[in-house]
Design a binder for this molecule. Structure first.
Ligand SMILES: Nc1ncnc2c1ncn2[C@@H]1O[C@H](COP(=O)(O)OP(=O)(O)O)[C@@H](O)[C@H]1O
Ligand SMILES: [Mg+2]
Length: 242
């Protein structure tokens, strides 16, 4: 079993009276594809935001490769190697695909190295032919890949993906899953996917945790999760078809 790359312990986040995360603990191991699932409002996006420093938790700790990163600024955490793609693609509407990816790369690279990195990422995300297209002219599936490319250009070792499969048709989903597989297998990027698309979770993830009302209610392999009584009751309402 590989070493933990991210350790979240007893993380709590409140918004006024609402407890969005209530003592969440989990461990992501180096090189794996880990998934977090749960109904709307379970706290999945909040968990990501508290890991990447966009929000500060009220209690608990986040360790990355054994170093405490709790409450550090997003740019520091990104520089250490954790990047997130957002649920609503944040592509810059007026910018071209290439310019958007450059924004991701500029912290680490300059000049020729930057161009090489941008080329590499566009190739991996199968966006080369769209590089001069404006983001505002692109459809959802391509925008999600631009968002992925921008995130990859920051050179993450741990990539958090927030519902990157939402709204995609079956062939677009297959394309995205192929890319994610390559990131994991060929580039050795550890992935944490928050996802509603069960097909994606079940075929990509090695381990899954289920969040409900800010608490982890189950943890296990896709097989264990798909037959877990609490998951079926709280989240799925019916048996998962793998
Ligand atoms: N900035 C915020 N201010 C107040 N409440 C929030 C904020 N962000 C999230 N919440 C609330 O926290 C809970 C968890 O939200 P979220 O993390 O977005 O859930 P998920 O991503 O699992 O759908 C929800 O009840 C949501 O309304
Ligand atoms: Mg969310």
């Amino acid at each position: 079993m590989s070493a933990p790359i991210l350790q979240v312990s007893q993380l709590t986040k409140r918004f006024g009276n609402l407890v969005a995360l209530n003592g969440v603990s989990l461990e992501i191991r180096e090189g794996e594809i880990f998934s977090i699932i749960g109904p709307n409002g379970a706290g999945k996006t909040t968990l990501f935001f508290n890991i990447i420093g966009l929000q500060k938790p009220d209690a608990g700790r986040v360790l990355f490769k054994g170093t405490d990163i709790t409450g550090k600024s997003p740019h520091k955490i990104c520089h250490l190697g954790i990047t997130c793609t957002f649920q609503v693609p944040r592509a810059f509407a007026n910018m071209t695909v290439e310019e958007t990816v450059r924004v991701g790369a500029y912290k680490r690279y300059q000049g020729r190295e930057m161009s090489q990195k941008v080329d590499e990422v566009l190739r991996i995300c199968e966006l080369e032919e769209y590089r001069h297209q404006r983001c505002s002219d692109m459809g959802l599936a391509h925008l999600r890949r631009v968002e992925l490319a921008r995130a990859l250009a920051t050179e993450p070792v741990l990539l958090l993906l927030d519902e990157s499969g939402a709204g995609l048709n079956p062939s677009e989903l297959t394309g995205l899953m192929d890319i994610l597989h390559r990131l994991n297998e060929e580039m050795h990027i550890t992935l944490c996917i928050v996802e509603h698309v069960m097909q994606m979770v079940m075929s990509l993830a090695q381990r899954i945790v289920v969040l409900d009302h800010g608490e982890i209610i189950a943890e296990g392999s896709p097989q264990e999760i798909s037959t877990h009584p609490r998951v079926i009751e709280a989240y799925l309402g019916k048996r998962v078809v793998c």
